[in-house]
Design a protein around this ligand. Structure first.
Ligand code: 5GP
Length: 171
């Protein structure tokens, strides 16, 4: 029987999201920020983080995929793209987890061609053990060991995204 062990609790996440929101609000004081959650995994983190950001925000979405089951396919697909130009805007990408870094490397390259005024990255999780493409994470929730995690937006084949905590899936 499969089971889910709590790895990062609801309270731990809420506290860290508050801290990151305060940092972002301070860093972007006097500016407007274009927040781009990378769907699907970042939807819950982004929804909570946005409520802690106290500067004006413009929200746009981008959807990428690279995983099937628990394995990265290594190929990043843009399944849904921005609907408005980010030229001259301060872009804040919001990601659920940086694993190999392949997704972010691709998204960063695409974003740079669109000439925003600045690009920063907020990621809830970072798994250094599996990193191949180094990515600068400006706002990081938690650095974690090499475990396949689910919950709080993260899935296992489309399931478990609704969990209010981050768990480790035990097959
Ligand atoms: P990367 O391109 O950095 O290897 O992987 C990024 C994407 O892979 C994340 O946005 C996420 O969707 C997925 N991913 C990586 N590690 C995990 C994990 O431990 N659990 C889940 N559910 N997805 C992961």
């Amino acid at each position: 029987m499969s089971s889910v062990d709590v790895f990062i609790s609801k309270e731990q996440i809420a506290n860290r999201v508050k801290e990151i929101g305060a940092l972002i609000s301070k860093d972007y004081a006097g500016k407007e920020v274009t927040v781009i959650p990378l769907l699907t995994g970042a939807f819950m983190f982004a929804a909570d983080l946005l409520r802690e950001i106290k500067v004006p925000v413009d929200i746009q979405f981008m959807a990428t995929s690279s995983y099937e089951g628990t394995q990265s396919t290594g190929e990043v697909k843009i399944n849904y793209d921005l609907k408005r130009s980010v030229h001259g805007k301060h872009v804040l990408l919001v990601e659920d987890i940086v694993d190999t870094g392949t997704t972010l490397k691709t998204v960063m390259e695409i974003m740079k061609t669109r000439k925003p005024a600045s690009i920063k990255l907020a990621s809830l999780l970072y798994k250094p053990a599996r990193n191949i493409h180094p990515v600068d994470i400006d706002y990081l929730g938690f650095e974690i060991e090499d475990k396949f995690v689910i919950g709080y937006g993260l899935d296992f084949d489309g399931r478990y995204r609704e969990l209010p905590y981050i768990g480790v899936y035990q097959a």
